[in-house]
Ligand binder design. Sequence first.
Ligand code: GLC
Length: 502
Amino acid sequence: MAPIDSTALIARAEAISKEFEYGADDVRKGVKEFLRLMDVGLQNDGEAMTMIPTYVTSVPNGTEKGVYLAVDLGGTNFRVCSVYLTGDSKFTLTQSKAAIPKLMMTSDSHTLFSFLAQQVKEFVDEHHGDHFAETADHHLQLGFTFSFPVDQRAVNKGYLIRWTKGFDIADAIGKDVCELLQKEIDALGIPVTVAALVNDTVGTLMARSYTSPGKTGTLLGAIFGTGTNGAYVEKLSKISKMTKPDSGVGEYDKSTGEMVVNTEWGSFDNAMQVLPDTLYDRQLDKNSVNPGIQMFEKRISGMFLGEILRNAILGLQKDVGLFSAATIEETAALNTPWSVDTSVLSYIEADDSEDLATAKSVLEEQLGVSAAHVSTEEARAVKILVHAIGKRSARLSAVPVAAILIATGKVKPSASLDDAAETKEELDVIDIGVDGSVVEFYPGFEKYLREALREVPEIGSDNEKRVRMGVAKDGSGVGAALIALVAAKMAGIPAAFAADEL
Ligand code: GLC
């Protein structure tokens, strides 16, 4: 076989990478559309970018105390944990983790929820057996992190709107997921009450607020992991759909004048008015379980970046004979839809060596392309694609962040920032809690996100500097525990057991 023409290969890889460019003008257009769709979602029910009122009306300040259970369903794993909040912005956490069998993601609701309840039982037996032997009448309060769009009607009630991230269980749509879980927990006879329903973004926001209390509290919790989404603190007066007649809203505390809103920004611009689109994105969407839905998420998050890369590599293979000297089995990951993990992109992006040795071994181990027959130029071509896909993801992620900063009035005009600098007045930081494998592990993700933030005129570099972004470790567990605490307090239920009993 003729050796591959390296110049043509790199030129083609660069041409493909150009298709992934998301420039300053695109960011600005994106922000404008995001602001528009935020308003649409706050005013009306049933919009694609759903803007879900969460019934959480304040964020913690770090003094909360007690022991709560939390479970987390929303990605590849199901986690059960107990969280001991010590009231000084700190916590300890014990957890167990089980991979969710792929088949279960598309089974029926009894199969899935009885599996979850079983995991809760095993955890409680192992870690809280003694306690319950003594006080069997006292129920542990549980926060249920369920990271899919639900129509929330109370802090512990929410009807599933649609599945995302590869889950597809038809009979659960329209059901109250707290009730589904409680039913299976009761069937196993364990003393646990599902006290709160929490999206992972809300959990992240709460956890970040608990662990880093500042003058102003945390504004936004954002996930860039298997999926992407964000929740932020909004004025009640702007959530006008809650005051429409017959809106069916439940009771909530109005005293703070605020409520956390789960945006479900994964479905931003499903109409494809402003989002970038390449052949490789279209191939992915067509082969997904939900074509036309979660179009923003499909360009950003971990469940999808590997598949975009796989499609782009196959494109290079077809166009210029990439890997023509290598042996690639029919069953190799490269030939199998949805089998390229996003960590592949992180490893290849991080490889700055001359000979791209890591990239080559990742190609062999994760994609099934025999490294012995991969040239450095071929690995370089793949790295060009990786970089383009990863950078676009990070720059797109700046769009909702910028829009939320603007919509909540957090950004200040540059001139007033200059005055403040002159008078040495200390400017408030804008605190953002983040979580997820993409923001944590993709090299340069935050840097590219910030670059794009600065390109938005209302933000600029002065406001961008005020943004403090930090990973809220174990955010969904701690956040769910915090919301279970608030819910239990409201219901007059004391903390399951006092800190000094531990
Ligand atoms: C998907 C879900 C959303 C969740 C996000 C991150 O977008 O719809 O609820 O927050 O993934 O896990």
